[in-house]
Design a protein around this ligand. Sequence first.
Ligand code: C5P
Length: 248
Amino acid sequence: MSDETRPSRTAAVIPAAGRGVRLGPGAPKALRALNGTPMLIHAVRAMAASRSVSLVVVVAPPDEASSAEVKTLLADHALPERTDFVVVPGGESRQESVKLGLDALPPGIDVVLVHDAARPLVPVDTVDAVIEAVREGAPAVVPALPLADTVKQVEESRADGGPELVVATPERARLRAVQTPQGFDRGTLVRAHETVTDNVTDDASMVEQLGEPVVVVPGHEEAFKVTRPLDLVLAEAVLARRRANDGF
Ligand code: C5P
């Protein structure tokens, strides 16, 4: 088949190797339950809900026991049959974990989503909008929302522990809070991970550093990141609302 006629195949990489210390003591964050189901399973289902996603690669905490636990979890929960699932051990940083997930992708995948296990409730329409924008030619796509809060930039932390000094107030209307899944042309993302060594907090910023364009599609309020204890309460409320609305 020529490049134009070959169908595009999409995989999702889910870095789930973080400890989630901000949530307080307990199991690794991705394995915490939301309404009785581990957050990671919600995140995996959110990716597999897209008919375009044919493979989900879960990056587990690096120790053997965690990888085994994640494999058992995937086997024990109902997941769509049309989707393949692979588990690989993660690394010290999120970046390293994503790289290890990319290394596990088979040939034939040309669109890659990277999705935080910590965003278990992203709706399928958001996932599909990201994939669509990559298929239409964007090398990198991020779902994002405008900010409610005004954001201040402060000086680098002071050695004397004194109050932080505000150095700038970026124009709020031009700021976006970026979520996941972020979507990429596979070759571009692999090149970014081979080239950029700075510490980053998302994958799209690595593509920015290559000088390639990154475009925004509308994010969703339910794609928030479960970071602090109050986020667990909010996530369970969202699930209860879904159940009440459509018997989810
Ligand atoms: O720490 P943060 O909330 O930014 O983590 C975002 C995502 O990256 C989480 O899903 C977490 O499990 C994952 N992560 C990882 N490997 C690490 C650190 C974080 O897969 N070493």
